[in-house]
Design a protein around this ligand. Structure first.
Ligand SMILES: Nc1ncnc2c1ncn2[C@@H]1O[C@H](COP(=O)(O)OP(=O)(O)OP(=O)(O)O)[C@@H](O)[C@H]1O
Ligand SMILES: [Mg+2]
Length: 607
């Protein structure tokens, strides 16, 4: 609203002149004419005019001036005058005083209103008032800033047209709520002057006249577009995370060591087999861990709580009475802002992978067994020779013993010697048969501390005849003392046997140079036990060397192509490594290494 009470509509500059002219006219009329009426009452008009162009003090001065002119006229025209003239003068003065009082009062209340309206301009909130036809009647500075229209442009327009309001519900329902309760709250979408859409938290309050009739609506809006965007982004990223966790079967947990606060992701609830509405606790988690593994998990978490950085372990969960899940858990400790220690962890359900890898291991073991039996078949001539040799010796010695005893004077001592040899040969034959049986047996792998030298010696006996048959010379270079390795005897023998047989096969076609097979063992630079088989055979061409260890890769007419593939899976299962190198035309070298068992060094007693 403009300054002053607008009783008269005129340009502010002409109002003082008008007031002065009016005052002069009244004064002349009152002084010069002898009318029997209270002409001075007309000074009220001057006071009312003054309210339109001057302040509180100005009005008081002008009112005082009018009163002085009234008194002057009375004295000039009536002298001490009549009672009637005196009463008319008093009436005029009262009218001037009363109108001044009213004008000042109206101006005071207008000042209060103006100040209140100014307060509404100070707030950052967007506030506007619209009448019951949605026509804007008030538009604060916040609205100007947010929407881009000045109050002069916005006032008088229909708010929902101007702002292209998108309502969350039907307009009818919204107005019904407003009229019923006097209030409405919700989210609206508005368009600003430059066409940008903003999401606002909107509050409407209904204003009523003293008779309870609705007259206007006060609308307060807060721009929540940014918050909305952040919320949406957060919701999206949470959804992505939950989706990724579901896809990868990975649940995450948080545990604050000091406060005991625990958080599980949705997928964690699923893994543990607990309803997501149940509050997550460590006790509940432990309830679902397989009893055999609770101590393991508790120990790992205790270590994290006490200063260890991270843990990596596998354990079983029992989400329900009949199901078991294998979980690979990785946990990491960190310090929260408040100094408390906390743990975050991710547990991946690897049940299926585990089952598949168990099945794969079983298959591999089966295959290894088949291949062992096949190799024994190939070596049957050698084996027969190994057994035949002692049997032949036994027969010879038995015949000799009989002859010693058949003498006129039996040569008991000689016979005893021959029988002693028989026992030794029989033992040798038994050993060969026992070894064969062990080798051909289908048994679950069993790891023990093994001496590689002994293993090598036993295998070499199996190929002795194969070597001599193909006229291959075997040179052995075994380190006398090597740390032991943890492994399965039969499986490791199979590896060595496969390498020896391949070596013999590769050299058997060589005619222009010595057929040589070298078998060595030693400690490598990193302290691993290394076994190297080198032959002077055909060698391996560069394009083949890459594929040697693939299953069913063979260049032999009757080969299965499984020998090296089995070697690799056995060595892998022993945490070792196997590889080949070759100079084509000169021979090939196959090496494998196995981690040595860290055994306490033998203490040498002083003296
Ligand atoms: N010492 C070697 N010298 C040259 N080539 C070799 C040697 N050892 C292996 N190879 C090559 O690697 C291939 C794969 O060997 P692998 O032992 O896996 O199968 P295989 O000997 O062909 O058949 P089997 O399953 O009966 O052992 C061989 O066919 C051969 O081409
Ligand atoms: Mg082979």
């Amino acid at each position: 609203m403009d300054r002053g009470t607008s009783f008269f509509k005129s340009s502010p500059a002409t109002l003082p002149v008008l007031a002065a002219v009016l005052a002069l006219a009244i004064f002349l009329l009152d002084t010069l004419t002898l009318l029997d009426s209270a002409v001075a009452i007309l000074y009220v008009l001057v006071v009312l005019l003054a309210a339109n162009f001057t302040s509180r003090n100005g009005i008081l001065w002008i009112a005082a001036g009018c009163a002085a002119l009234t008194l002057l006229s009375y004295v000039v025209s009536h002298g001490l005058g009549t009672v009637a003239a005196f009463l008319r003068c008093m009436m005029s003065l009262s009218a001037i005083g009363l109108s001044t009082f009213l004008v000042l009062k109206i101006q005071d209340s207008e000042t209060v209103l103006r100040e209140q309206a100014e307060l509404l301009n100070q707030t950052h909130d967007t506030i506007f008032v619209r009448d019951m036809n949605d026509c804007i009647t008030y538009w604060n500075r916040g609205a100007e800033e947010m929407y881009g229209w000045f109050k002069e442009e916005a006032n008088g327009t229909i708010s929902h047209d101007l702002l292209k309001t998108i309502f969350p519900d039907s307009v009818k329902n919204i107005y019904a709520t407003l009229l019923q309760t006097g209030r409405w709250e919700g989210e609206l979408v508005h368009a600003t002057r430059n066409g940008t859409q903003v999401v606002v938290a909107s509050r409407w309050a209904l204003q009523k006249d003293p008779h309870g009739r609705p007259i206007s609506i006060l609308e307060t809006n807060n721009d929540i577009s940014e918050r909305k965007r952040a919320e949406d982004a957060l919701r999206r990223s949470e959804a992505y995370l939950a989706g990724a966790q579901r896809l990868s079967h990975t649940g995450s947990i948080y545990w604050n060591v000091r406060s005991g606060e625990v958080f599980w992701s949705e997928e964690s609830y699923r893994l543990v087999g607990v309803d997501p509405a149940t509050p997550a606790t460590m006790a509940l988690l432990f309830e679902r861990i397989h009893p055999d593994e609770r101590t393991l998990v508790r120990g790992a978490l205790d270590e994290l709580a006490q200063g260890r950085d991270s843990v990596d372990l596998e354990f079983r969960l029992l989400p329900s009475e009949r199901s078991v899940k294998v979980v690979h858990f990785v946990g990491q400790a960190f310090v929260e802002d408040d100094g408390s220690r906390a743990v975050i962890g991710a547990g991946m359900d690897i049940t299926e992978t585990k089952l598949a890898s168990d099945a794969l291991h079983a298959l591999q073991a089966e295959l290894a067994h088949v291949s062992r039996v096949a190799t024994l078949g190939e070596l049957s001539a050698s084996i027969a020779h190994e057994v035949n040799q002692p049997l032949g010796a036994i027969v010879t010695n038995a015949e000799a013993a009989l002859r010693w005893l058949d003498r006129a004077v039996p040569e008991v001592e000689e016979a005893r010697g021959a029988i002693g040899d028989i026992v030794a040969d029989a033992r040798r034959a038994t050993q060969v048969v026992l070894r064969m049986r062990a080798f051909a047996r289908k048994a679950d792998p069993e790891k023990a501390a093994l001496d590689i030298g002994t293993l090598v010696q036993e295998v070499v006996q199996l190929v002795q005849r194969e070597l001599s048959h193909h006229r291959v010379v075997l040179q052995m270079d075994l380190a006398p003392t090597l740390p032991r390795v943890l492994g399965d005897r039969i499986q490791l023998q199979q590896v060595i046997l496969n390498l020896l047989v391949n070596g013999i096969q590769a050299t058997s076609s060589v005619a222009d140079r010595a057929r040589l097979l070298q078998l060595g063992s030693r400690l490598d630079d990193e302290g691993h036990v290394l076994v190297v088989v080198t032959d002077s055979g055909t060698g391996i061409s560069a394009d083949v060397i890459e594929r040697l260890f693939q299953p069913f890769f063979t260049t032999k007419r009757d080969g299965m192509g499984m020998g090296l593939s089995i070697c690799r899976s056995i060595i892998d299962a022993h945490d070792g490594r196997i590889w080949a190198s070759s100079k084509p035309g000169e021979g090939a070298t196959f090496s494998f290494m196995l981690p040595a068992i860290a055994e306490p060094a033998a203490t040498s007693s002083p003296g």
